[in-house]
Design a protein around this ligand. Sequence first.
Ligand code: PLP
Length: 399
Amino acid sequence: MIPKVDLPADARLDTLAVREGLPRTPWGENSEALFLSSSFVHPDAETAARRFSGEEEAFLYSRFSNPTVTMMERRLAALEGMEGCIGTSSGMSAILLLILGLLKAGDHVVCSQSVFGSTVKLFQDFARFGVETSFVAQTDVGQWRAAVRPQTKLLFAETPSNPLTEVCDIAALADVAHRAGALLAVDNCFCTPALQQPVKLGADLVIHSGTKYLDGQGRVIAGAVCASQEMIQTKLMPVLRGAGMSLSPFNAWVVLKGLETLAIRMQAQSARALELAHWLEAQPAIERVYHPGLASHPQHALAMAQQAGCGGPVVSFNVRGGRAGAFAVIDATRICSITSNLGDTKTTVTHPATTSHGKLSEAQRQAAGIAQGMIRLAMGLEHVEDIKADLLRGLSALP
Ligand SMILES: *Cc1c(COP(=O)(O)O)cnc(C)c1O
């Protein structure tokens, strides 16, 4: 049996974020130990046999069990309010694990058309293996319902979406899924459990790219699937053991330590993003601002109810002058990092039309609402006045 940390049963989330994991080793370390060990040693051959047969729980081999990875998994599961979690090598491999674990040829998936671009590609690729996916409008529950077939096994959503911050109604989608005998998986990358716990709204599985806010400082690639213990033991763990999209202990340790500051980072970065969004709305060179915290956002009320009253750290906006205008504003920044990553304490800016959405045709981009003048900004922890000044340099020079 792998022991638990001795915490009061009613310990609150802020406490679990800092304390949940495994008990200290006999050395009494205060910061969690990093176990860089590919395998674990048994006292004798008889014990090894019991452990390999599953009769006795123990760490065996780091492709599927490692104490540092287990600490990260327990802590993230606690934050999501879920029974279990499996760490994976990336956010994408978390989704791959989900597909391999839950679906087979002949099954059907309904997925938002506004999910992360690589997620769309991954689901499309599985058509080769007989798993078909229908893509539907993020915010139109009627379209999700209409797309369901007798073979539908999974609904997959991500909210808010990137870069338009469109919010879908998790409780409504859970209802559509469950009436069809299907499961709802939510990619909770943009809100994290600090703002939104999809399981409380009826979701069955939660996906994470740990690369983003969970790490929070742009250091590692990591991912996770949170699910019930039963689903983990019977469907997901057997695939991880065989397919090996395992999270490295080092990356797990970085994410584990990131979780300790997750809630205060998310609140601080969201508050700065909202202030920036209000300021952007008042700028003459800005045509439109997208942030769920703004009253002008089409799903503002839903977002406030679903996301603990926070809009999240991502703000997108359209500047006058199309692509040239957007490039001028981006290139005039001296603080913001020009990179399409997000979830960092350093503010990042990107031009979706030529990066994350660059492979779409102009017609597809227009249908998706990605204008040439759009900039996506993921607010970090710099002083918001410095970020305003960084953007104003380019904005005030626009014709
Ligand atoms: C980045 C991202 C992913 C993929 O995660 P990786 O860690 O880069 O593999 C999945 N979903 C969302 C919403 C993301 O932003």
